[in-house]
Design a protein around this ligand. Structure first.
Ligand code: PEP
Ligand code: MG
Length: 583
């Protein structure tokens, strides 16, 4: 019998075939009294040594197959093995309670797992997941029970799992993993971002999946355009999916052919720049080079995660330079680090916050850690002597804050001049508009910078008071909310009055439902994940700017999200069905 599950599509594609239920968890942990604590601790130490060897080997293998970034996770795990806190507690309890080591380690891991649930912070969740991951390896070595290795997968398969431990996520290989379906995770989770970079079709947040299956499932199908998983798909489903896949690849092919040969403009000749959002430098592949008008958002914080020390100025400089040179003369917008909130690095002495999304994040973090910030700005300003680099600040909430970051940038320029280091004295400086206060003072902000980029992901979170990572209230995370549409309008108008360009780089830019509205508002630059570019560019060629402006005005008069959605759906049905019916 065919069974259908729904989740959040995070990386598009359609595949079917055999699925493997990946279960890295340890199920039977023996609990017994020991007689000789000294011997027991010796046993732990040898398991730790084996774990170390295992991690060093994994580091080397991952470095060889995937590169330095992905291998970095094993550096973090090796560092955790050096962390005294866990082992001091372990040793004390072995001696005091005369309990076997694996049961104590299991207790510690359980406690971490419980604590992270209480924080509700996606990044602390990830850091803690690293600790649990390492403890799991030690326990397995104590029990001489190796974790099933994703490297040992012989036949390409669809991977189903509750979640993926960070160290496994780092080694996902598109040749072996045809698709991923997870019970946990969110659009912005680490696994989702990597899956998108690796172009592995992925669905996350599929409820009640993992406990229902084990081992190999002979028949499964994933449609990660609509976010549907089929177990034992019927022949009708496979026929439908095959048609959809053929249609999709034909259409993508057409789009690509068409968009390479046509300029990105509306029917009545308004040029629209479609730019790419990237997280890692190696994402500037042919797709980005040929299909986009450059990089509208480079989330540089990904260079800082999964490491036990921050990247040096030289490392950063080389990464930025590589992207700028590869895309030259296309523009590359480097966003200064947006760390904090749900993205934290272990080396930043992060303090637990009650509301991390409202806490020391992005420029707030940078203003509190000036040396850290200055190192990044030095690397950016130096790299900006090549190619076409712009620099953008995230989470600006006031004019004072923008002035403060600009002042630090001037200090950095002064240092570089004194040291006779060559750098770009005048790169374009942009402000991300992603906090409601920034929208309300966008007139003033526009006078103090060279461009705006609207971050709708955060703008939604902060305007609607809906945590962007909380799946329980995901239904309230509504881009079609009239308040959001009106804030976009306000921002675009402020930019226009100040005569500066305004772009949009949140997920809303890649949703075809909103393309006409955004263009009608006057936005002529949209930045999105590279997989979305062909479809959006094809859609743009069908839009008439004059009609879009009139449509946007009508949409802005709606008083509820339902009305907005119904107008948008109707518009798609009547005008753009061919382009986006595929979803
Ligand atoms: C946004 O908030 O819309 C954005 C583009 O930034 P990020 O998703 O990295 O917070
Ligand atoms: Mg943001």
């Amino acid at each position: 019998m065919e069974k259908v599950y729904h989740g959040i599509p995070v990386s598009p594609g359609i595949v079917w075939g055999e699925a493997l239920v990946y279960d890295p968890g340890v199920i039977n942990i023996p609990r017994f009294k020991i007689k000789n604590p000294k011997e027991e601790y010796k046993r732990v130490q040898s398991a730790i040594d084996i774990t170390k060897e295992e991690l060093v080997l994994l580091y080397k293998k991952t470095l060889e197959n995937f590169g330095k970034k992905q291998a970095g996770i094993f550096d973090v795990h090796l560092m955790l093995l050096e962390d005294e806190t866990i082992f001091v507690e372990l040793k004390r309890r072995i001696y005091e309670e005369l309990l076997n080591a694996e049961s104590i380690l299991y207790d510690i891991a359980q406690r971490y797992a419980k604590d992270i649930k209480l924080t509700g912070n996606a990044f602390i969740e990830e850091r803690t997941a690293d600790i649990i991951d390492v403890i799991d390896r030690i326990i397995r070595n104590l029990l001489e029970q190796k974790r099933p290795d994703l490297d040992n997968i012989k036949k390409p398969c669809i991977l189903l799992s509750l979640d993926l431990p960070p160290s496994e996520t780092a080694r996902l290989h598109p040749d072996k993993i045809r698709a991923i379906v997870l019970e946990r995770g969110s659009t912005t989770s680490h696994v989702a971002i990597l899956a998108r970079s690796l172009k592995i079709p992925t669905i996350v947040g599929v409820a009640n999946l993992f406990n229902s299956y084990t081992g190999i499932i002979k028949g499964a199908a994933v449609d990660s355009i609509s976010g549907t998983l089929y177990i034992n798909p019927s022949s009708d489903t496979i026929i439908k999916l095959r048609q959809k896949k053929i249609q999709l690849s034909r259409r993508l092919h057409q789009y690509e052919k068409r968009i390479i040969s046509y300029p990105s403009q509306t029917q009545d000749g308004r040029r629209i720049s479609v730019l790419a959002n990237i997280e890692l430098p190696n994402e500037v592949d042919d797709n980005v080079k040929h299909l986009s008008a450059g990089v509208g958002l480079y989330r540089t914080e990904y260079l800082f995660l999964n490491k036990h020390t921050p990247p040096t100025e030289e490392e950063q400089y080389n990464e930025y330079l590589y992207v700028a040179k590869t895309l030259n003369p296309l523009p590359v917008t480097l966003r200064t680090i947006d760390i904090g909130g749900d993205k934290l690095a272990s080396y930043t002495n992060f303090i637990k916050e009650q509301n991390p999304q409202l806490g020391c994040r992005a420029v707030r973090f940078c203003l509190a850690h000036k040396d850290f910030f200055k190192t990044q700005l030095r690397a950016m300003l130096r790299a900006a002597t090549n190619g076409n680099i712009k620099i953008m600040f995230p989470m600006i909430s006031s004019v004072d804050e923008l002035r403060d970051v600009k002042k630090i940038m001037e200090e950095v320029k002064e240092d570089l001049s004194q040291q006779k280091v060559s750098f770009n004295k005048n790169p374009e400086i942009g402000t991300m508009i992603e906090i409601p206060s920034a929208v309300l003072i966008s007139e003033e902000l526009a006078r103090e910078c060279d461009f705006f980029s609207i971050g709708t992901n955060d703008l939604l979170q902060y305007s609607l008071a809906v945590d962007r990572n909380n799946e329980n209230i995901a239904h309230l995370y509504e881009p079609a909310h009239p308040a959001i549409l009106r804030m976009l309008k306000m921002t675009v108008l402020s930019a226009k009055n100040a005569n500066i360009p305004c772009s949009i780089c949140g997920e809303m830019a890649s949703d075809p439902l909103f393309t006409e509205f955004l263009i009608g508002l006057g936005l002529n630059s949209l930045s999105m994940s590279s997989v979305s570019i062909p479809q959006i560019r094809a859609l743009i060629t069908k839009i008439n700017y004059a009609e879009a402006s009139e449509f946007s005005e009508r949409l802005l008069k709606c008083s509820s999200s339902k009305e907005v959605r119904s107008m948008l759906n109707e518009r798609i049905r009547t005008k753009y069905k061919n382009i986006i019916s595929i979803a």
